[in-house]
Design a protein around this ligand. Structure first.
Ligand code: EPZ
Length: 422
């Protein structure tokens, strides 16, 4: 396993280009299961989760070529077994996204239950309940979801009890082959869902309501993709780089992000006194942190609210702010694992239920700390940029699951970071 050694406090400068979006790439790669012939993708980020996704597809019989330098992937979905095995899905719960396309194309699937993860139980009951309404028989046996289409897939009305990103994506892909229209109410509005829906529309599916809580899908014969499918920039990586600039009290330029997708993040940082120079034409965002950071109160929420995937990062920035900040986590029940690690750097944080109370400014001092999940690992790296002295973040494979060499990107901006094997 790798660890990162960060010498702080850091000063950053320059421009950084955002990589392709992990949470858009994953459903797109699984959507290749809907087709017979080769499907190509471009701007695919170089992440462990992409590796895991391709291994899941390969274990079903698919062949793939991944040019990591070019960021291109070609998948030939010659599917022999409709099984997504535990050995891979336990590493990446998004493996549940194999369910919808396998059932749509082949009428059957055996997908390992994802199990929980560090941030919460993360059940998939909403996915399964919706599939049952569409005519899918589902049994849980030996830790697997055994699903079988009985008597044809039926388009129907689905109402999710709570907005679910991958649940909406799974049902959109399943609905492409159903008999009749499917209406999804309380659908997720995330840009990743809108992008996947746009790609399905390019291939002939009639979809309306993308980006609203009500999506309608009318199946049409799928057209073979005649050009590579583009993965858009990663809105959470762009937001994470804002947090890094604020931690290093440095002005940097973040290039490539669709600024509309990070509006709630920009607004939160503006409340802390951060200034931004935005250029939508060139998709660039210049981050200008203030001399003294102000406190903030945020509540995570589904899009377009403040993203839960940025909670750990802004909490880290709040440690440096003058005054008390309140961070309310409303999406996941256990997403404050990073607090104990930040306390080791002398952060002053209390957790009461789903709220973190952060007293600042804390003079962070470097120390050995440990990553527990993907976004927590990013916040610990960011804390190392602010802390005085050396911070060693271990179990950095969490970071590499979802960020394309974030340490290298920050080093190019002037950070002093060394990656070591441990
Ligand atoms: C997606 O996870 C993202 N992952 C997560 O990003 C992100 O944090 C999350 O959406 C929320 O925005 C991918 O897109 C691959 P949900 P997902 O279903 O779809 C509950 C990262 O760091 N729920 O929208 O799994 C669930 O427990 C990751 O990149 C059920 O109860 O999240 C949660 O409380 C972490 N039953 C809430 O709904 C279900 O069947 C929202 O979860 C499904 C969800």
């Amino acid at each position: 396993m790798d660890a990162l050694i960060i010498d702080g406090p850091a000063t950053l400068e320059g421009t950084i280009e955002i990589s392709g979006s992990k949470n858009t790439a994953l459903p797109l790669l699984f959507s290749s299961l809907l087709f017979d012939g080769e499907v190509q993708f471009r701007n695919v980020p170089r992440l462990w989760d992409i590796e895991t996704t391709l291994k899941i597809l390969e274990s079903m019989g698919a062949q793939y070529i991944w040019d990591k330098e070019q960021g291109t992937v070609a998948i030939l979905p010659l599917i022999k077994t409709k099984v997504a095995p535990y050995e891979w899905v336990r590493k990446m719960r998004a493996g549940v996204l194999a369910l919808g396309p396998l059932l749509a194309k082949y009428g059957e699937a055996r997908v390992s239950l994802p199990g929980g993860c560090a941030i919460g139980a993360r059940p998939v009951n909403f996915h399964l309940d919706a599939m049952r309404l569409m005519g899918v028989g589902i049994e849980i046996e030996a830790g697997y979801i055994r699903a079988q289409v009985n008597g044809g897939l039926r388009g129907t009305q689905i109402e999710f009890p709570q907005a679910t990103v991958t649940g909406t994506e799974n049902i959109m892909m399943l609905a492409t082959r159903a008999e009749g229209k499917t209406i999804i109410r309380n659908a997720a509005l995330e840009p990743e869902v809108v992008w996947l829906g746009g790609v399905l529309k390019d291939f002939g599916v009639k979809i309306t309501g993308l980006g609203t809580p009500c999506i309608e899908i009318e199946p049409r014969p799928l057209k073979r993709p005649d050009r590579p499918i583009l993965v858009p920039p990663d809105r959470i990586e762009a937001s994470t780089l804002i947090a890094a600039a604020v931690a290093a009290r440095s002005s940097i330029t973040v290039k490539g992000s669709d600024l509309r997708e990070i509006d709630s993040v920009i607004q939160a940082y503006q409340k802390m006194g951060v200034k931004f120079k935005m250029n939508t034409e060139s998709s660039t965002l210049e981050v200008q942190p203030p001399g003294r950071l102000g406190p903030v109160e945020i509540e995570t929420a589904p899009f377009p609210g403040f993203p839960t995937d940025m909670q750990a990062q802004i909490l880290t920035n709040a440690c440096m702010a003058d005054g008390t900040s309140l961070i309310h986590e409303t999406i996941f029940e256990n997403r404050f694992m990073h607090v104990a690690e930040l306390r080791r750097l002398r952060a002053k944080i209390q957790v009461r239920g789903n709220t973190a109370i952060v007293d600042g400014p804390a003079k962070l001092i470097g120390a050995p700390i440990m990553a527990t999940d993907l976004r927590a690992s990013a916040c610990l790296l960011i804390a190392g940029l602010a802390a005085k002295g050396q911070t060693r973040v271990s179990r950095i494979y969490h970071l590499d699951r979802g960020y394309q060499r974030l340490d290298e990107k920050l080093k190019r901006l002037g950070a002093k970071i060394t990656r070591i094997a441990e």
